[in-house]
Every structure is written in structure tokens, then in C-alpha cells.
Design a protein around this ligand. Structure first.
Ligand SMILES: Nc1ncnc2c1ncn2[C@@H]1O[C@H](COP(=O)(O)OP(=O)(O)O)[C@@H](O)[C@H]1O
Ligand SMILES: Nc1ccn([C@H]2C[C@H](O)[C@@H](COP(=O)(O)OP(=O)(O)O)O2)c(=O)n1
Length: 666
């Protein structure tokens, strides 16, 4: 996960490959709650592991459920429909799928058995309405207090006395989650009586209610419905664990990859999405039809989709999006690539989600250069004439962050601007590895992928600086010295004569190296520590003077240049390997300082070392690296020099980041 302040996406041109979706958030949290209320044990396969499921699991544990992770499975031993704890405070983050149904279930249980619970969340959760649910529960005798603003969490669920003698009325036109919460919880109060729920107003987001009914059925409860207006929970309903249950991939998360295919994949090399497909119970699967209307070519399989570009530019649409409220946000970004203005209608529920999503999508699309109009429940987007490099604010809303990754495909619309995603870690709500998954299936032109080079003499701190700058930017990291060291070690293993340039180059050309950061494997053997020995450093310095060895390692070094970007350290990164790097740094410190640093470093790693020998070795290495004929150690003409002898590591990192920021267009 990218726990960094921003992530810059370079201009992207193509996409292809396979994506395995994380589990659906809506299904995961419903299944967790139902398993938690059931008697016995439920083994859940493919449960989503994200912020929202974590708060649900913590809440269930607090209430006395046993929840165990067994590898990728999650095993829940439920409460059997009765309270085990009569008082608790539950913190539910920003998870609407935890707040609403837990508030309903705990109000009913507290009213029946006596109990006192408080439910709260992050600041945004306290701005998300819950009054309609509280009203419905109050009608039947639940005692619920608002602890902050009326109509919003936090709540105290303080008991009461249930009287259910008439249909329970609940509004369905703000959020379908209120109805879902009631349907999930009311079986708790069904002893000796059936319970009817009547929806007031036109029910929105019906497919989510369908998921609820479907999962209740899997847990033994058959709710009857009359259209979308009346629902009847049978008398004496009991939650019965199905024993095992599989969670589908998240259909809303699939939307980004469907869009990716529609924008940038060919039919011969489509984007393949595994985890949802034909027969999915999630409403957002119908996003696929909207994408097809815009031009996507989609092949559906039982548990997969394959998507490629059909029409180009995409076709503009005017669509009622009520049935796909979450996935429809993705259409707003696809609209940037359409052949005219796109209008998304009937999306009032966007205003009460993680953020006001209509306002957010409008503001951020406008930053990219689109013309945007919005109404209470609609949004119209006209594609940009000129795309602008924009820093996309994400409002702590995972979907805003994921949607705008698609804006990086602007080269397909004739532009070439990077896109900055602020606070990228907000995707953890539903898809912690979103960007890693995204980068694994997108391609950029190498020349569009930014490179920062850090060259300098031995022990100047290049590796330390470069790896930290890479981590701060979410970029890949190339330690080119490690390649020369690995080649030297491989040559020694192969008993090659280090004086024989051709023999060493032959080994270097066939290096069975694998990078599994921070580990380096040579033919499967972990050589991470081994190559740090001084004798390997000296051997590396020797063989690195051979032009044939340098040629043999050239392509391997270039292959590290992948989206979103690269920080490379070595001797000739800025002069030879990446001459077009966007920022070049030449790092120095006096030999005495460097010898001291290396000495400390080796001692702390448990190696013995003599500082005078180290200094001599270091100076002779500098000498050889500087004076060799091919790719000698020297600053590139356009490099910035940094003498870090008086700088802390952190100060050097900040200096390089400041230089970098000054070159970015945001
Ligand atoms: N700016 C700095 N100030 C003090 N020590 C540093 C600084 N940069 C790096 N070091 C220390 O110097 C040692 C050598 O750094 P390293 O990154 O391995 O150098 P190189 O990759 O240039 O050989 C490490 O122990 C590191 O922690
Ligand atoms: N781009 C590079 C990187 C390293 N080398 C050579 C020169 C160095 O003496 C060895 C080992 O490099 P490395 O960066 O790991 O060495 P130090 O940690 O700085 O001592 O490889 C090179 O010639 N070109």
C-alpha cells in the first residue's frame, strides 16, 4: 500500500493482463454480521481485508464473537442471536456497511435483553445521515439517543421495550442501507411474530437490497417481498450458518479495470478480471452494460470478464445511474474520453457517501480541464480540450482515488500529462493493493516514466538516499551496484577468471537474478547479505571496468524503468544509463567521512572491519571507478551536487524531494 502523501502517475498508453479482484465490501461486511449473529461457526473464503472489514471484525470481537484468520480464510463463531456483552463502545471508522446494520442489531438486542451500546466513527461518519434508520427503530420501541448532532452518529443504544404491532416504515430514497440494516437485524426480534417493513418513497440502489436478501437466504432466512415496497421477515426466523461461504470479487472495484480495458486494451491482449462474471449477485456488475454502451468490448465468463477497446473515442452517454451508484463514478472519468458531453442522472445518494461525491467528481474533473455542470442529483462532463496536469484531491474517498488513476491515459486523447493522486492510501477502505494491481497491468512509454538518478563514490550514502526517495514517491528502486556485485559473485561461483573480460561478461549476460525487494536472489539463493562483503565490492569494482560487462547489464537496468517511476543509484546512472533522467544528483562526502560510515555500517551488520584498510580500499576503488575508460564515475553535466557530509539522512532526502517537487508541473 502507498502510505505516502501523493502518488504521481506518468502518462499511460496501454493496458493488458490479469487482475484478481479483492472480495466485495458489501458482501464481506454482511456475511461477517450474519455469521456473527448465527449459532455455530462460519468459514468465510475470500473475505476482503480492508479498513471497513477490519472495523466490523473488531466490533464483532468486542461483542464476544470469536473471529480467527486462518490464512486467507476467516472463521467466525457467532453469538447465536443473543448478547454476550451488555455494554460496549464500538468505533466504526467510516464504514457505513458496519454502522447501519450494527446500530440496528444492537438497538433490537438492547431493547429485548437490556444493554447499552455506543457506536461512533470518524468525523465524516458523523456527517452521514442515520436519522431514517433511527426513526424506524424508535417506532418499535428502541431507545436511541443522538450523542452529537440530531440525525447523525454517534448514537447511544440504550435499551427500550419492543412493540411491533404494525408494519415498520422506513425511507428508501436516501440510502438503501437503512432498509438493509433492518432486514439484516429484524430476525432477532421475530420470535412469535412476523415482521413487515414498508418502504416510503422510491427505493434507491435496489441491487444492494437484493444482495441482502440473497445473503439472508444463505443464512436460512427467507424474506418475502412484494415489489420493492413491502418486505416480510417470517416469524421465528433464526440465523443458521451455512458452514462455509465464498465472497465474490468486488464488482464496484471491477469497474476500474473494465474501464481500463475499454480505454487501453486490444482484443488480442485484453484486461482479464477474475472474481466476478456472469451470475454475480452484485448490482454493480451492471456497470459492464454502461461500459459497453460507451464502447467497451466485453467477454463474460462464469467468474471472469475480459475487456478491450471497442469504439474510440468512447461514445457519450446520458444514463440513469441509480442501479449502479458506486460504479457510476467510474463513468464520470470515462466521460473524459468520450465523443461529447456525458450526463449521469439520479445520483443524489452520491452526496451522502464517503464525501459529497458529485461535488468531488465535478471539482476534480474540472481540474483536468473538463467542463462540468452539476445539479442536485446529476452531473454532466464535457471532455477537456486541453488536459492539465492536476493534483487530484481524494477527500478520504477510496473511489475518487481509484477513478482518477484512469485520467493518466490522456495520451490516448492526444495529451501527455502526469496525474497526481493525493493521499493514495485512502484506497485501503476497499482495495488496499489497488495501485500495485493497477501498475501490474498498465504500460507507459519508457520516455514518459520519470527517473531520478543518484550517482556518487562508494559509501557516499547513495543507496540509503535513493531507496528512501523511492519509498517517499512510491517509485521503483534500482541499486545498480547490486547488479555489478551480483555479477561478480556469480563469476566467482562459476570459477571464471576475473581478469578474463569475455568470461565475466558471459556470466553477466545470463544472470539468473530475481528481485523481491529488499531481497536479491541468484538462481534462487538469497544473496542479499553476501554481496555486501567488501571483497565482493572490490571484485565488482574490478569487473565493472569491462565494457563488455557493462553492455551485458545495460538492458537489465533499463527494464527497471516502469510506471510509476524509478530512482536509480550507481556510478553512471545519469551519464550513461538514463541520460534523459528528469533529476540527476551527484552525491559526495570526503573519503574520511565515507570510510567512517562504511566502518560503522559493517560493524553494525556484524562484520569485522579496519577503518584504515577500509579507507585505502575506498580510495583505490574511487580511483579505479573515476579513471576507467567506460562510464567513469563523474557527475553528469546537468547533475546537482550534494555534499552530505554535514547533512543527516533525512535532510538529504528532503533536499532531493524539494528539487524533485520544483520540477513537477503540479
Ligand atoms: N547523509 C548521511 N549522513 C550520515 N550517514 C549516512 C548518510 N547517508 C548514508 N549514511 C550512512 O552511510 C552508510 C553507507 O551508505 P550507503 O547508502 O550504503 O552508501 P552507498 O550506497 O553510497 O555505498 C550507511 O550506513 C548509511 O546509513
Ligand atoms: N552504476 C554502477 C554501479 C556500480 N558500479 C561498480 C562500481 C562499484 O565499485 C561497484 C559496487 O557498487 P556499489 O554501488 O554497490 O558500491 P558501494 O556500495 O558504493 O561501495 O560496482 C558501476 O561501475 N556502475
Amino acid at each position: 500500500m502507498y502510505a505516502i502523501p501523493f502518488l504521481d502517475l506518468p502518462p499511460l498508453r496501454a493496458a493488458s493482463g490479469t487482475v484478481r479482484l479483492p472480495g466485495s465490501k458489501s458482501i464481506s461486511n454482511r456475511v461477517l454480521l450474519l455469521a456473527g449473529l448465527s449459532e455455530g461457526t462460519t468459514r468465510i473464503h475470500d473475505l476482503l481485508d480492508s479498513d471497513d472489514t477490519r472495523v466490523m471484525i473488531e466490533a464483532l470481537r468486542t461483542l464476544g464473537c470469536e473471529v480467527r484468520r486462518e490464512g486467507v480464510e476467516c472463521v467466525v463463531t457467532g453469538l447465536g442471536g443473543r448478547l454476550h456483552t451488555r455494554e460496549a463502545s464500538l468505533f466504526l471508522g467510516n464504514a457505513g456497511t458496519a454502522m447501519r446494520p450494527l446500530a440496528a442489531a444492537l438497538s433490537l438486542l438492547a431493547a429485548q435483553e437490556g444493554g447499552r451500546f455506543e457506536v461512533s466513527g470518524v468525523a465524516r461518519m458523523h456527517e452521514r445521515p442515520i436519522g431514517d434508520l433511527v426513526d424506524a427503530l424508535s417506532q418499535i420501541g428502541c431507545d436511541i439517543e443522538y450523542l452529537g448532532q440530531e440525525g447523525y452518529p454517534p448514537l447511544r443504544l440504550a435499551g427500550g421495550a419492543l412493540r411491533i404491532d404494525a408494519p415498520i416504515r422506513v425511507r428508501g430514497d436516501v440510502s438503501s442501507q437503512f432498509l438493509t440494516a433492518l432486514l439484516l437485524a429484524l430476525p432477532l426480534a421475530s420470535a412469535g411474530r412476523e415482521i413487515t417493513v414498508e418502504v416510503q418513497g422510491e427505493l434507491i440502489s435496489k441491487p444492494y437490497v437484493e444482495i441482502t436478501l440473497n445473503l439472508l437466504r444463505r443464512f436460512g432466512i427467507e424474506v418475502a417481498r412484494d415489489g420493492w415496497q413491502r418486505f416480510v421477515v417470517p416469524a421465528d426466523s433464526r440465523y443458521r450458518s451455512p458452514g462455509e461461504i465464498h465472497v465474490e470479487g468486488d464488482a464496484s472495484s471491477a469497474s476500474y479495470f473494465v474501464a481500463l480495458g475499454a480505454l487501453a486494451a486490444t482484443e488480442a491482449a485484453p484486461v482479464r478480471i477474475e472474481g466476478v462474471g456472469e451470475g454475480s449477485i452484485q448490482g454493480d456488475i451492471r456497470f459492464v452494460e454502461a461500459a459497453e454502451a460507451m464502447g467497451a468490448r466485453v467477454r463474460r465468463g462464469p467468474n471472469c470478464l475480459e475487456v478491450s477497446r471497442g469504439a474510440w473515442p468512447l461514445r457519450a452517454i446520458d444514463l440513469d445511474c441509480n442501479h449502479i451508484p458506486d460504479a457510476a463514478m467510474t463513468l464520470a472519468v470515462m466521460a473524459l474520453y468520450a465523443d461529447g458531453p456525458c450526463t449521469l442522472r439520479n445520483i443524489a445518494s452520491w452526496r451522502v457517501k464517503e464525501t459529497d461525491r458529485i461535488a468531488a467528481m465535478a471539482a476534480e474533473c474540472a481540474k483536468l480541464g473538463a467542463q462540468v455542470e452539476e445539479g442536485a442529483d446529476w452531473l454532466r462532463i464535457t471532455p477537456p480540450q486541453h488536459w492539465k496536469p492536476a493534483a487530484i484531491h481524494t477527500y478520504d474517498d477510496h473511489r475518487v482515488a481509484m477513478c482518477f488513476s484512469l485520467a493518466a491515459f490522456n495520451p490516448l486523447a492526444g495529451q501527455r500529462v502526469p496525474v497526481r493522486i493525493l493521499d493514495p492510501k485512502c484506497v485501503a477502505k476497499t482495495f488496499p493493493d489497488y495501485f500495485e494491481t493497477f501498475f501490474a497491468v498498465v504500460q507507459a512509454d519508457a520516455s514518459d516514466v520519470p527517473v531520478i538518478t543518484i550517482d556518487g563514490p562508494t559509501a557516499s550514502g547513495k543507496g540509503t538516499l535513493a531507496s528512501r526517495v523511492a519509498a517517499a514517491l512510491g517509485y521503483h528502486y534500482l541499486d545498480s551496484g547490486a547488479l555489478y556485485r551480483s555479477a561478480a559473485l556469480a563469476a566467482l561461483h562459476a570459477h571464471a577468471d576475473l581478469a578474463d573480460e569475455d568470461a565475466v561478461a558471459a556470466v553477466a549476460a545470463q544472470l539468473p537474478l530475481r528481485f523481491d525487494p529488499p531481497r536479491i536472489l541468484l538462481a534462487g539463493e538469497d544473496i542479499t547479505e553476501r554481496i555486501r562483503h567488501e571483497e565482493i565490492g572490490l571484485a565488482a569494482s574490478r569487473i565493472s571496468a569491462y565494457p563488455a560487462v557493462r553492455r551485458a547489464l545495460h538492458a537489465l537496468q533499463l527494464s527497471f524503468r516502469r510506471a510509476p517511476g524509478l530512482v536509480a543509484d550507481g556510478r553512471d546512472m545519469g551519464t550513461v544509463v538514463f541520460p534523459d533522467a528528469a533529476l540527476k544528483v551527484f552525491l559526495t562526502a570526503p573519503a574520511a567521512t565515507r570510510a567512517e560510515r562504511r566502518h560503522k555500517q559493517l560493524i553494525s551488520q556484524g562484520f569485522s572491519a579496519n577503518i584504515d584498510h577500509l579507507r585505502q580500499d575506498l580510495e583505490s576503488r574511487d580511483e579505479r571507478d573515476r579513471n576507467r575508460a567506460t562510464a567513469p564515475l563523474k557527475p553528469a553535466e546537468d547533475a546537482r551536487s550534494l555534499d552530505n557530509s554535514a547533512l543527516s539522512i533525512e535532510a538529504s532526502v528532503q533536499q532531493v524531494l524539494a528539487w524533485w517537487q520544483a520540477r513537477r508541473p503540479f
